[in-house]
Design a protein around this ligand. Structure first.
Ligand code: ATP
Length: 289
């Protein structure tokens, strides 16, 4: 079994300022962090740290950040394609934060958009029945749907985390086996529990599993909240890994494993640097309590 994550990879720059910039204003600030981010990369990295074979298909640009992305990912146990740079800037999230926890975020999407189906489809040529295709919401509904349809033809298992959300994603549920989404996304997209196994994350309230036999609630793990960035990505990846390692669909134990891992990510600042490492994840996944 192999997991293909098709999505985005970004460089996250976090800038702290006294107040958010206003129209026409110049102000001093401090760059407090630079880290790899992007939901595709985040989920692929955590899945691979859980010991599963992962290919990340995501676009990086032909700039300094593109090289940095490749160097950083070469330290992770995953395959990263395409190996060449896309002829655009790497996608970047500029995150302005203030002392009173206000923030404003600007994200570029040129590299994700430049990753066309012509580039992606050959990279899925070796995918076999039973392999996983995991996508997030960074592509158009048309591109996302085409890839899920290809996965269905290959008898792969399809997993969708529709974030950032778009109303057009609601048409994709017939192509999706497992949906992982937060309450806001669920309200907008209405996945059908009769055909799709649904995991709804509910922030500090925990997570809820809907399947044909009913609903299971799992509480969030108590933690010190330092930075919730990447909580949802950690949750999804560890939940999927827990189930796949036991050759089952996401269940109550998978949600418990995921909640514990997400709590660890929340207790640290940053994105990639906040994710639990392979040793911590191995012992977490061995605990069946
Ligand atoms: P994001 O996109 O910000 O990463 P999300 O909206 O996809 O997050 P959430 O529902 O906010 O996902 O969080 C995912 C999981 O992380 C929750 O189901 C829960 O297990 C854990 N979590 C989130 N916030 C908290 C918190 N304050 N305390 C403990 N656990 C939390």
């Amino acid at each position: 079994m192999h997991i293909y994550v098709v999505g985005n990879i970004t460089v996250d720059e976090i800038w702290r300022c006294a107040s958010l910039p206003q129209k026409g204003e110049s102000l001093h600030g401090e760059k407090t962090a630079q880290d790899i981010g992007g939901k595709g990369a985040n989920q692929a990295i955590v899945l691979s740290r859980c010991g599963l074979p992962v290919t990340l298909i995501a676009g990086s640009g032909n700039d300094y950040y593109g090289q940095w992305i490749h160097n950083t990912l070469s330290q992770e146990s995953l395959l990263f394609y395409p190996q060449y740079a896309i002829s655009t800037h790497s996608d970047t999230s500029i995150i302005f934060t203030t002392e009173d926890d206000d923030n404003a975020i600007m994200t570029t999407t040129a590299a994700a958009e430049a990753l066309t189906l012509d580039i992606i489809e050959p990279l899925l040529a070796d995918a076999c029945p039973g392999d996983i295709l995991l996508q997030q919401g960074n592509f158009s509904a048309a591109k996302t749907g085409s890839l899920f349809a290809l996965a269905r033809r290959k008898q792969m298992v399809t997993v969708f985390n529709p974030s950032p959300v778009h109303p057009a994603f609601a048409a994709l549920w017939p192509l999706v086996d497992i949906a992982v989404l937060n309450e806001h996304e669920a309200r907008l997209l209405h996945p059908d529990p009769a055909t799709t196994l649904i995991v709804e994350t509910r922030g500090a309230l925990g997570a809820r599993l809907y399947h044909h036999q009913g609903i299971i609630d799992v509480a969030a793990e108590p933690t010190t909240v330092v930075d919730t960035t990447g909580a949802g990505d950690t949750f999804l990846a560890v939940m999927l890994a827990s189930a796949l390692r036991r050759e089952t669909r996401p269940d109550e134990l998978a949600l418990r494993h995921a909640s514990r891992a997400a709590a660890l990510t929340i207790s640290r600042s940053g994105t990639l640097q906040a994710f639990p490492d392979a040793n911590i994840l191995a012992s977490l996944l061995q605990n069946n309590a």
